[in-house]
Design a protein around this ligand. Structure first.
Ligand SMILES: *Cc1c(COP(=O)(O)O)cnc(C)c1O
Length: 467
């Protein structure tokens, strides 16, 4: 009883049905410091111990089931404990779990690099592995800078990023991010990027189409490049959807225009497809919708189907060649991570790509995303919903205090947290970004799973928008 008191003082919000969750939660809080969490919140918000996963469902220690509406931080594609990926991993674990990746190689990494080059836009020929998304961004930033240095352009030291962008939390990746919640505190430690206004359609003029907003923002980007290209290594963007910045979406013409500008002004184009890659936006890669190939493409999250950390930076032969010289020339890219190219992670990625090859994933997703769109449509009339937007298997509902002026709710009111808590009670994992309720489910959900997620979200929104 004491335990329950400690973690859930408000009994009406109580989610524990027996003691197993409470015992694990207590042990957890004794020693674990969780990511992206004010730990004090857990005096009020339950810690949910998950002991098993099954397709899109997560199951806690008391046997309660939660539909994973956010793919466990956007990683999971084909369900938890996916039998195909699990079997491949078991086989690989008995064969080769890891080997140093400098001077040594192994079949899963070779095959994965071949497959990634085949499926990504033409021109991306070389693959550098790292072990998480932020690390991939660090690699791309360093490689871009180093490319220009090797070409005799050491004066290029800056990066252009979009407002509202998110590229990870290590110092370099955070430097090119513009989500104040994560960045502000550490600003004194960071590089200063040049910020270009995001083509985000939600922030566009009411009279403009998405394409017109993109065109206007491209012109602003052009002006920035005109002024700063000489000192700029690269422009980095999240293609089509700025995810952590609030699932803000923009028109693909921005990407094709940006490709032309980068060529014209001699700066690299870094596409951070860590969240949007592997079918999320409806095409295998978001860049495909603009028919562009970046100079660097960063992949992670869905790469292993959500089973193991792994990332890859794909780049061009031209970039690779700028580092290729006699050792004494000092041009090599000496960046490394202990777990670079981990064979288990590569095997999980290969099996994930095999599922894409064997099953009509993108086609099925089209039907699922159409169903999601039709279920979300009525929310447009909700008095506290300013926008319902969707791009493939990502949908978002923007909650506001005032619909007419789009005045946001105060962050301190934590309306999104109420949606989250309601979801837990009703068997759905929805974890809004501030006041933005979003859906990014694994591709193995059924239409009735989507119905469940949306029903719970609609109830949660009604509850959260009460005065
Ligand atoms: C999640 C994310 C990252 C960082 O990846 P981590 O594996 O969490 O370090 C970078 N860029 C984008 C667009 C992301 O969504």
């Amino acid at each position: 009883m004491l335990e329950r008191h400690r973690y859930c003082p408000d009994h009406s919000r109580m989610t524990y049905t027996s003691e197993a969750n409470a015992v694990l939660a207590r042990r957890d809080l004794q020693h674990i410091w969780h990511p992206c969490t004010q730990m004090h919140d857990h005096e009020r918000v339950p810690m949910v111990p998950i002991v098993r996963g099954e397709g899109p469902w997560l199951i806690d220690a008391d046997g309660r089931r939660y539909l994973d509406g956010i793919s466990s931080w956007w990683t999971n594609l084909f369900g938890h404990a996916n039998p195909r990926i699990a079997a491949a991993l078991a086989d690989q674990a008995k064969t080769l779990e890891h080997v140093i990746f400098a001077g040594f190689t192994h079949p899963p990494a070779i095959e994965l690099a071949e497959r990634l080059v085949q499926i990504t836009p033409a021109g991306l020929e070389k693959v550098f592995f790292a072990d998480n998304g932020s690390a991939a961004i660090e690699v791309a930033l360093k490689m871009s800078f180093h490319y220009w240095l090797n070409q005799g352009h050491g004066e290029k030291t800056r990066f252009i990023a979009l407002t509202g962008s998110y590229h990870g939390e290590t110092l370099g990746a955070l430097s090119v991010s513009d989500v104040a919640l994560y960045r502000k505190t550490y600003a004194p430690l960071l590089l200063t990027p040049i910020l270009a206004p995001s083509p985000d359609t939600y922030e566009g003029e009411p009279s403009e189409s998405a394409e017109q907003t993109a065109a206007r923002r491209l012109e602003e980007m052009r002006a920035l490049l005109e002024r700063h290209a000489h000192e700029t290594c690269a422009v980095i963007v999240e293609p089509l959807v700025q995810c952590a910045g609030g699932m803000r979406m923009y028109h693909p013409s921005y990407l094709s225009g940006l490709r032309q500008l980068c060529d014209r002004y001699n700066v690299h184009f870094i596409a951070d497809e860590i969240a949007v890659g592997f079918g999320r936006t409806g095409t295998m890669f978001a860049c495909e919708q603009a028919h562009v190939a970046p100079d660097f493409m960063c992949l992670s999250k869905g790469l292993t189907g959500g089973t193991l950390p792994l990332s890859a930076v794909l780049t061009t032969q031209r970039v690779y060649d700028a580092f290729y010289a006699e050792y004494s020339a000092g041009k090599a890219f000496l960046h490394s991570h202990s777990y670079t190219g981990n064979p288990l992670a590569c095997r999980a990625a290969l099996e994930t790509l095999a599922i894409f090859r064997d099953e009509p994933v993108l086609e099925r997703n089209r039907a699922l995303s159409a169903h999601l769109a039709s279920r979300l449509a009525p929310l447009r009339d909700h008095p506290h919903v300013a926008d319902v937007r969707q791009q493939g298997m990502i949908a978002a509902v923007e909650l506001v205090a005032d619909k007419a002026t789009r005045r946001p709710f105060l962050a301190d009111e934590r309306r999104g947290l109420r949606v989250f808590l309601h979801g837990l009670k009703r068997g759905a994992l929805l974890r809004p970004l501030g006041n933005i309720v979003y859906f990014m489910p694994p591709y193995v959900v059924s239409e009735s799973d989507i119905d469940h997620l949306v029903d719970v979200a609609i109830e949660g929104i009604a509850h959260a928008t009460k005065p």
